[in-house]
Structure formats: C-alpha cells, structure tokens
Design a protein around this ligand. Structure first.
Ligand SMILES: Cc1cc2nc3c(=O)[nH]c(=O)nc-3n(C[C@H](O)[C@H](O)[C@H](O)COP(=O)(O)OP(=O)(O)OC[C@H]3O[C@@H](n4cnc5c(N)ncnc54)[C@H](O)[C@@H]3O)c2cc1C
Length: 373
C-alpha cells in the first residue's frame, strides 16, 4: 500500500488537504455525523477514514430491527438504570428513527412497518398488567404514542411457535434492509461531496489548540476537528464506560414458514425476523458474557448451539431447516444504555456506545455530534 508521501499532488489536494472535519469509522454513526456536519457547514471539507474495505463493526451486520424498546427489556432496564435515564434513551431512539426515516426515505432502506412481538418463554414470568399499563401511559405522556404495548392473543396460531405463552405486540416498530440503508447513506455522502478513505486505520492522534494530527497506517493527516465514531472499538478512550460486545447471527436457507415481523425473546437477548423465505436469528451473548466481550469476529460454539436449539424447538418446531450463512458483529455497550456523545477536548469529539439499538439511535447521535462544533 502506498504511503501518503508517495501520493500525487492531485490526490493530496482532493483527499488529504484542508479537511475541516475528519471522521473515524464509516458505520451508521460516522456517515450520519458527516451528513449532519455537511448540512450545517456546506462549504467545509469532510473526510471519513475507515479501516475495513467495508464498514467493519455492526452497521452492515445487524438484524435490521427499527426498534426503540421491548417491554421486558424496559422492565429489566428500569430495575438497573435510573428511570429518567431509561426514558431519555427511549426518547433518543424515537428521535433517531424519525431523523433516519426523513433522511433516507422509507423505500431507500426498505422499511416495513411490520410491528414487533416480545415473546415470553416457559421460564419467564409475564409482565404485570399494571406495569404494562404504566409503560403505555409513559409512552403516551412523553411521546404521544398510543397503546404501544398490547397482548396479542393470536400469536400462536399466526406463527406456529412452541414454548412461548405470551406475546406483547408493538405496532410502532418495523424492519429495514440493513445493506440497502448503508448503501443509501454512502450514496448520500458521495453526493454531498464527503470523501472516504477505506482500508485506512487510524492508529493515533494528537490534538493542539489549533488542530489535530491523525496518524494512520499510511501516514499523517491534519484536521481542525476529529470525530471518533468507532463504537465498540473505542474502549481505550472510555475504559470504565464502554466495552465491546460480540453478537452472532444465523440465517436459514429459504424455507416455507408463516413468520412475518420482528421478534424479541428473553429480554431482548434473542431476536429473529423473516427475510423473505429465510429466518434470521441472533443473540445469546448473555450465555457467555466474558467470551463475548471481544472485538474479534469469531464464532462462539456455545452460543451457536443455543441459536440452533432455539430455531429447532421454539421458532421452527417440527420443521427441517439448514443454515445458509452465519456471521458476527461488534457492538459497543456499557452499564448505561445511553450513548456517549462527548468532546474529549476542544477538537476531538466522540459518539460511541450505541448498544443494541444503533439503527434507531445512530442518526440522532450524528446530529448531536455535529452540534458539538
Ligand atoms: C449482529 C448484530 C445485530 C444487531 N441488530 C440490531 C438491530 O436489529 N437493530 C438495531 O438498532 N441495532 C442492531 N445492532 C446494533 C447496531 O448495528 C449498532 O448499534 C450500530 O450499527 C452502531 O453503528 P456505529 O456506526 O456506531 O458502529 P459501527 O458500525 O461498528 O462502525 C464503527 C466503524 O469504525 C471502524 N473503525 C474502528 N476502529 C477504527 C480505526 N482505528 N480506524 C478506522 N476505522 C475504525 C470500524 O471498522 C467500523 O466500520 C446489531 C448489532 C450486531 C452486531
């Protein structure tokens, strides 16, 4: 690979010189930040540095749930996290989803308003009716959303699952085509004259009063403002607040099924959906938290087996299926579910720790980051 010193005058002018803003990470948050910066500062040059030949974290690998919180997950959160923090995060997700829909358009990410079901299994206790009513009241008063969570008495007949005794339906959530969303954002960036350098890893940076010097694998770049949008890979800057979390996914070969929509189980630790004739199932990292606290894109056989068992016994009972593809991605999580949106100094800013709902939250984080300068 050529070093920056070996590049031509034209290459230097076009890509490396006079970038007012440099963003690290071409995931959903990096591109959203770039687009928000461009609309605030249309004449400034913006460059995104991405170490992978594709974005290589979570944004092109996720399950494509456009969601803001299932009732059992909210119940869990409300027991561990202060109430107002929980609702602030839900608010950011709802705001982010609206911003995303407005920016991208529904058809350009194949948004389907399919709804979601939160499934309660044999070892889980159904939510108290008063708690559900309270959640719905909060949703109404805070966000104007009516009857968000309802018991669906017909889910068994509709989908043919086994082992779940209750399901809470939320008509306000949906699904997207993750690849299409990211391709659309990339096109929007290119049209907005935002430059990309792929296969360019940022190794280090040093900030002074005036500028930031960024050390990459190919040489140095200077900028006025650096934005770290590296999510699960940003642990060195936020040791006590952020850790990586691997998430694994299985995709079946095409088969005949009656599943349509997005589904959460076990407080959101499992999630599945249809992708046409295929079923995508992910999750299970709670079975082996320590091993799954990693930035390595590998497979955990214990988690894989749990996913296969779930498909066999609960999701596609009595049906033959084969796995067509499997992959993992890396999220950024912490004790707080709220993302970190913060300036580390006058010229370096970070938007990380998207948790498991970055599709919803990512655009709002980009918007907030662009307002730090
Ligand atoms: C399997 C899986 C399923 C998920 N399902 C859903 C879902 O259904 N709904 C939902 O809302 N969310 C889901 N998520 C979470 C969601 O995908 C993330 O929250 C979101 O994509 C985070 O976006 P990001 O841009 O912050 O991070 P990323 O997409 O991880 O982007 C960070 C980028 O930074 C780059 N980078 C890192 N370090 C460097 C460096 N030193 N130099 C240059 N580049 C660097 C990485 O290569 C990466 O491309 C899921 C995640 C996974 C892994």
């Amino acid at each position: 690979m050529l070093r920056f010193e070996q590049l031509s005058f034209w290459e230097h002018q076009q890509y490396l010189h006079n970038n007012t803003f440099v963003i690290v990470g071409a995931g959903l948050v990096g591109m959203s930040t770039a687009l928000s910066l461009k609309s605030r500062f249309p004449n400034e040059k913006i460059l995104i540095l991405e170490r992978g030949y594709l974005p290589t974290g979570a944004s092109t690998k996720n399950a494509g749930f456009a969601c803001f919180g299932s009732p059992t997950e909210l119940n869990d959160d409300l027991q561990h996290i202060p109430k107002e923090k929980v609702w602030e995060t839900v608010e950011l997700r709802l705001k982010g989803l609206e911003l995303l829909k407005n920016r991208v358009g529904l058809s350009q990410m194949n948004y389907k308003n399919c709804g979601s079901w939160d499934l309660i299994g044999p070892n889980d206790i159904a939510l108290n009716a008063d708690f559900l009513a309270q959640l719905n009241l909060e949703m109404l008063h805070r966000f104007g959303l009516k009857e968000v969570y309802k018991i669906d008495p017909e889910f068994q007949q509709k989908f043919g699952f086994q082992g779940y005794h209750t399901a809470y339906f939320n008509a306000h959530e949906g699904s997207i085509d993750t690849g299409l969303l990211m391709a659309t954002l990339y096109k929007q960036c290119v049209l907005a004259d935002i430059q990309f350098l792929f296969a360019t890893e940022v190794e280090n940076w040093s900030a002074s009063e005036q500028n930031v010097l960024i050390q990459t694998a190919h040489g140095q770049i200077e900028t006025q403002h650096l934005f770290l949008c590296t999510n699960g890979f940003a642990q060195q800057f936020f040791a006590d607040e952020l850790r990586p979390a691997r998430a694994q996914v299985l995709l079946t070969k095409p088969l005949k099924h009656s599943i349509s929509g997005t589904f959460h189980a076990d407080r959101g630790y499992y999630y599945f959906r249809d992708i046409g004739p295929r079923i995508l199932l992910g999750g299970g990292r709670h079975l082996d938290f320590d091993t799954e606290t990693t930035t390595h894109f590998e497979q955990n056989l214990l988690v894989r087996q749990a996913l296969v068992d779930k498909l066999t016994r609960e999701i596609l009972p009595g049906q033959h299926f084969e796995i067509e593809q499997e992959w993992s991605g890396i999220m950024g999580v912490g004790a707080q579910k709220k993302p970190i949106i913060r300036s580390l100094n006058k010229n370096v800013h970070a938007g990380v720790r998207m948790g498991g709902m970055g599709i919803a939250i990512g655009t709002a984080v980009g918007d907030a980051l662009s307002k730090l300068v």
